[in-house]
Design a protein around this ligand. Structure first.
Ligand SMILES: [Zn+2]
Length: 798
């Protein structure tokens, strides 16, 4: 819900679809002392780097010419002419033959030298990676027709959807490997003194539930909460209207269970003063992932029909009578549809524009906007137990005030029993996966219709993901110790510098930018902080343990462990309010296969989980490392300058640092991309070019920066040895490596779900969209102008 806080690399559904909490818990207050990266700005203003590829042959030619033929001729011209005519015809012929022989030797030597340069890399890593690249390709496809097909055409044959998945990709494969590493660690005896690491293991054991404690408890843990703390549930006949207190219910839900049915309240950096944290409130989530599943739909619709079926099944499992379950759940669903009708859809630019969304208010103002809730008492209850005092003058950033106002009217005009039923249903859906198998089966049956997921994933996969979502930095310590090579951090740091320099070198070539903005953009790029691998504190047992000191976990209470984790993270977030923004705080755990840019911190983050093959490997050719990890880095750097990111200055403040003419010209460039991507479709459904704009800008800018960084690398280090069997040079391999990061497959339902909800373009078009804008790609694959991968009109933003 923290919508503008960060832009990640991948939607991640394929990566974290088994994560039951679906929320990324805020990171710990550790001190990732990854120094700022204000690398020296040594760049030439040309940006034209293609000349680098010709450098080695040119040098050899010059050498031959300078020291050979010319020099001899100059020194002894008159003497040699005289000697020539004193020779007999035979001698002259022999001399010519000798000279010819000498010339042949020289030519052969040159050819041999050239061949040695070009010979194949036959190390284990080169052979393995060449074979892995080949395995996914469809060499029968024309790269100029459809480069995704050429690169990934046979990928899904070797990588069918695994059990329990509705999408599968390179990201998913690597996440699967990371989870296997963690499974092996968590199932062995931990040789550690760190209490936090032992807590991670306890959490995992409680989830695996070898003694079937979860099964024996059935619905009881959740029923206890509802009946003892929330006034019961009318659907199950335990609701007492005479003692019902709406505000008390909503306070307990928010404080103890992090459940906010009618709004989304959080603490994060202030967009207009990036050093301070501030309360922020946005619209609530919906019953289904996108409002289009709810608006103007009836139970005849397959998804809505499956949803009501799941509601009834769960209500009955909780103790409801058949008739009550149907009637009351229908009313809850109707109320959920009413909320969808007033929700704001972010399909046009204004809705995504952070500047337009930002409204700085006080609690008194919020009370006026949303009078259905007693805000001061809500917040004071929430902060009870911390030393933070909240008054009616507390500032709060209000997003979507119209929604909050409509929501308030809807609550006040609806039947209080339906409103209460809805609140409890929201709690039930967020916790039901922690209950017995019957609950998880009902959820799965619904998911099968919504996303096409065919089976429930293996328990251990679910449990590793859940441990990551709950105590991810303790788990991250185990991951880093068992799977992360120490030198990768320094190598990645160096690579970020190289890609960032390439991004800056390109700035003078952008015709739409004025000189002042260019200078400021360079400053912003210099100010980007990068966090790589993991926060340092997790490898210091004392600091790691201190960060989890307030969290009690054990190996037998899975449900309660989750409740304690929820409360622990709520409290930790509340404690941030009076603190300055911590730039070392990570919002992704170390094992994750993803990356992000945080505009309020002007910070890019690359967890250890992604710094591995196929994104990066120290023994891989650099072409593949730049095409994989380099593009990821370029993507996150470019986010600092996408349609939303560009509104934040180098310190992370929302502030207009561009002049109006440049903004207008920038918007014209971006409109080109909106139109381009809106043309793409998956199974008859169009991509939303506007919602995906920020990600598409990042993809295009990232590809270009990484490619130029690679060209610079060649210029400094020379050409690399070829990979066997592929028949491609390294510049071509750069593009192939990039494309293969996006090899993927999904069910038709999951593809539709992604089009509706994900801010990223579907993988196929992340490849086609970016490469068809690249002159350099077209040049390397000799694609004729006008071929699908080399259209005459191209889009360029960065
Ligand atoms: Zn992104």
């Amino acid at each position: 819900m923290v919508k503008y806080e960060r832009s990640s690399l991948s939607g991640g559904d394929d990566v974290f679809e088994e994560d039951p909490s679906s929320q990324t818990h805020a990171a710990n207050n550790g001190s990732a002392a990854n120094a700022t990266n204000n690398s020296s700005a040594t760049h030439t203003p040309t940006g034209k780097m293609e000349v680098a590829s010709n450098a080695p042959p040119e040098v050899r030619f010059k050498h031959l010419k300078g020291k050979g033929v010319n020099e001899t001729k100059w020194k002894g011209q008159s003497v040699s002419v005289k000697l020539w005519w004193e020779r007999s015809t035979l001698e002259r012929i022999l001399l010519v033959v000798c000279l010819l022989l000498l010339l042949t030797v020289v030519i052969v030597a040159i050819v041999l030298a050239t061949t040695r340069k070009q010979e194949f890399c036959l190390t284990e890593a080169c052979i393995t990676v060449a074979s892995s690249l080949l395995m996914s390709m469809d060499k029968g496809a024309d790269p100029c027709d459809d480069f995704y097909e050429y690169s990934c055409g046979t990928w899904d044959k070797h990588n069918p959807l695994p059990e329990g998945n509705n999408r599968w990709s390179t990201f998913g494969l690597l996440w699967q490997e990371n989870r296997l590493v963690l499974k092996n660690v968590l199932e062995s005896e931990l040789n550690t003194t760190s209490s936090a690491e032992l807590k991670a293991q306890d959490f995992f054991i409680s989830c695996m539930d070898e003694d079937s404690i979860i099964e024996k408890l059935g619905a009881k843990p959740l029923l206890d909460i509802i009946n003892l703390q929330l006034g019961g549930w009318n659907a199950t006949g335990t609701f007492n209207t005479s003692t019902y207190d709406f505000n008390q219910t909503i306070r307990v839900l928010g404080t103890s269970y992090s459940e906010q049915p009618f709004f989304s309240l959080f603490i994060a950096g202030d967009d207009k003063n990036s050093s301070r944290n501030i309360l922020q409130i946005a619209q609530s989530g919906l019953l289904l992932p996108d409002s289009s599943y709810l608006i103007n739909k009836t139970e005849e619709d397959p998804v809505l029909g499956a949803y009501i079926k799941m509601m009834v099944t769960i209500a009955k499992l909780m103790g409801a009578e058949e008739e009550d379950a149907h009637r009351q759940m229908r009313a809850v669903l109707q109320f959920g549809q009413d909320i969808a009708n007033i929700s704001v859809r972010d399909t046009n630019t204004e809705d995504q524009d952070p500047e337009m969304l930002y409204h700085l208010k006080t609690i008194t103002d919020l009370q006026g906007i949303m009078p259905a809730i007693d805000w001061l008492s809500y917040l004071q209850f929430l902060f009870n137990g911390t030393d933070i005092e909240i008054t009616k003058d507390e500032p709060i950033v209000v997003y979507a005030p119209d929604f909050l106002q409509d929501m308030s009217n809807l609550i006040l005009s609806s039947d209080p029993i339906v409103v209460h039923n809805y609140m409890i249903w929201r709690l039930v859906t967020s916790l039901m996966n922690l209950l017995s198998a019957a609950f998880r089966q009902a959820d799965h049956d619904f998911d099968q219709v919504l996303s096409g997921k065919r089976s429930i994933p293996a328990k251990w996969r679910f449990c590793v993901s859940d441990t990551d979502a709950s105590v991810g930095f303790a788990l991250g310590a185990l991951f880093v110790k068992h799977a992360f090579e120490g030198h990768s951090k320094a190598k990645a740091d160096e690579m970020v510098d190289e890609v960032k320099s390439a991004f800056k070198r390109n700035l003078p070539d952008l015709p739409w930018m004025d000189e002042d903005t260019r200078v400021a953009a360079k400053q912003k790029a210099n100010a980007i902080i990068d966090l790589i691998g993991f926060p340092d504190y997790i490898l210091n047992p004392e600091k790691l343990d201190a960060s989890y000191a307030e969290l009690e976990l054990n190996s037998s209470e899975y449900f309660m462990n989750n409740i304690r984790v929820l409360q622990f993270h709520v409290k930790r977030q509340l404690q941030q309010l009076r603190k300055t923004v911590d730039r070392g705080q990570w919002e992704m755990t170390p094992p994750q296969v993803n990356a992000y840019y945080a505009p309020q911190k002007n910070e890019i983050v690359f967890p250890a989980g992604i710094l591995q093959a196929p994104f990066y490997d120290k023994d891989y050719p650099k072409s593949l490392n730049f095409g994989g990890m380099g593009v990821v880095m370029g993507h996150e750097i470019t986010h600092a300058f996408d349609d939303a990111g560009r509104e934040y200055d180098k310190n992370g403040n929302l502030y207009q640092w561009w002049n109006n003419d440049t903004i207008q010209r920038f918007n014209r460039q971006t409109e080109c991309m909106v139109d381009q991507y809106s043309e793409y479709d998956i199974l008859g459904n169009k991509v939303n070019g506007r919602r995906t704009l920020g990600e598409n800008i990042a993809d295009n800018g990232g590809l270009k920066s990484a490619y130029h960084a690679y060209l610079e690398w060649i210029r400094e280090h020379g050409e690399e040895q070829l990979l066997p069997a592929l028949g491609l040079n390294h510049k071509q391999l750069f593009f192939l490596g990039f494309a293969q990061v996006w090899c993927s497959t999904s069910t038709p339902q999951a593809a539709r779900l992604q089009l509706l909800t994900d801010e990223h373009t579907p993988p196929r078009y992340r490849v086609i969209g970016t490469l068809s804008n690249s002159e350099e790609f077209a040049e390397q694959f000799k694609c004729p102008v006008g071929s699908p991968m080399n259209p005459k009109d191209k889009c360029e933003v960065w």
